[in-house]
Design a protein around this ligand. Structure first.
Ligand SMILES: NC(=O)c1ccc[n+]([C@@H]2O[C@H](COP(=O)([O-])OP(=O)(O)OC[C@H]3O[C@@H](n4cnc5c(N)ncnc54)[C@H](OP(=O)(O)O)[C@@H]3O)[C@@H](O)[C@H]2O)c1
Length: 290
């Protein structure tokens, strides 16, 4: 195997032995607003960031129909559709359903809401079939002991109807993962995980063993100030890289199933984050970061 072929293999991940995506992807939550439901960002800039991501080779975008500014004027799915539809070949849009944002703040969707929420994504993204849909459960914390079966069965039925290609789950423990896998194959898991928060390592281990994608949310800790520490700064300095880049390179080095979906509304941060995909950390650097 040539060096180039080897590196291409390490860069890529196959979702459930089907769709091939680059492991360094893009999170769309920060496009519409700097924070979920925050003040609107410039939609022209958001569309430019998306187009640049594609130029840089990103082919996995993580979004949700509820990624919007607080005033509802800018929405991530609209930006994606406006900037990128018709979507390029070999391009995967992952979305998620679960939270419903009502006047009293977020609530969890009931099984009876799930179909409508998926249909909202089909419509807003302008597709007949969604590539990957995560069921997102719980609020901020993983809801240990809560069954996801009824809600996940709705997604599995929609997959059987041809409306969804692959299923994922988000904010889950190993019990949820086992419960979901009894219902339908799970192609990817999305949990809160980053270099300064490794609590979900046991879920990652199950994913690695089963070849399930693990796409952490908050790969940069939700903002680089939350991850910065001495070791990260030291390695970044040695490599002439930024702290954000080393945090992403660390994530990709952990397991062949980790997928990075850093979120940004800034073209400069996008360039920086995508470049992290070319950084291979040495065993000594990984030890320093451990
Ligand atoms: N399943 C879930 O429950 C869930 C929850 C949260 C997020 N998500 C998904 O996960 C993706 C990633 O999470 P996230 O966006 O919340 O957090 P993140 O990627 O950990 O961090 C994003 C934050 O870091 C900043 N940033 C990005 N690149 C940077 C860089 N190179 N240098 C310095 N700062 C940088 C961004 O600001 P700028 O925009 O100004 O660059 C933004 O404030 C989201 O976009 C979303 O798709 C899923």
């Amino acid at each position: 195997v040539s060096a180039a072929a080897k590196s291409e293999k390490a860069d890529n991940f196959r979702l459930d032995d089907d769709l091939t995506i680059r492991r360094l992807g893009f999170g769309a939550m920060r496009l519409a607003a700097g924070a979920l439901n925050g003040s609107p960002r410039d939609p022209n800039e958001g569309r430019a960031v998306l187009r640049r991501a594609i130029e840089l080779g990103v082919n996995h975008i993580d979004t949700a129909d509820f990624y919007r500014s607080g005033d509802g004027s800018v929405r991530a799915n609209d930006l994606i559709r406006d900037a990128l539809h018709p979507y390029p070949p070999n391009f995967v849009i992952a979305t998620k359903v679960g939270p419903i944002f009502g006047p009293d703040g977020p609530e969890q969707a009931a099984a009876g809401d799930i179909r409508r929420l998926v249909e909202d994504n089909l419509r807003s993204l302008g597709v007949d079939r969604l590539d990957l849909v995560y069921l997102r459960i719980g609020m901020m914390k993983v809801p240990h002991g809560e069954s996801l079966a009824e809600r996940f069965e709705v997604l599995a039925a929609m997959q059987n109807e041809g409306l969804i290609r692959h299923l994922g789950i988000s904010n889950v423990d190993v019990g949820h993962l086992a419960e979901a896998r009894k219902i339908a194959p799970v192609a990817a898991v999305q949990n809160n995980f980053h270099i300064a928060n490794r609590e979900e390592t046991h879920v990652l281990d199950v994913c690695t063993e089963a070849g399930i994608g693990f796409a952490p949310y908050f790969p940069l800790g939700g903002g680089r100030d939350d991850i910065e520490d001495d070791a990260l700064s030291r390695v970044a300095k040695q490599r002439g890289a930024t702290v954000a880049q080393i945090a992403l390179a660390w994530l990709l080095a952990l397991s062949p199933v980790t997928l990075a979906i850093p979120g940004t509304g800034s073209a400069a941060h996008l360039e920086e984050n995508v470049a992290a995909g070319t950084i291979t950390l040495t065993p000594d650097e990984l030890k320093d970061l451990s």
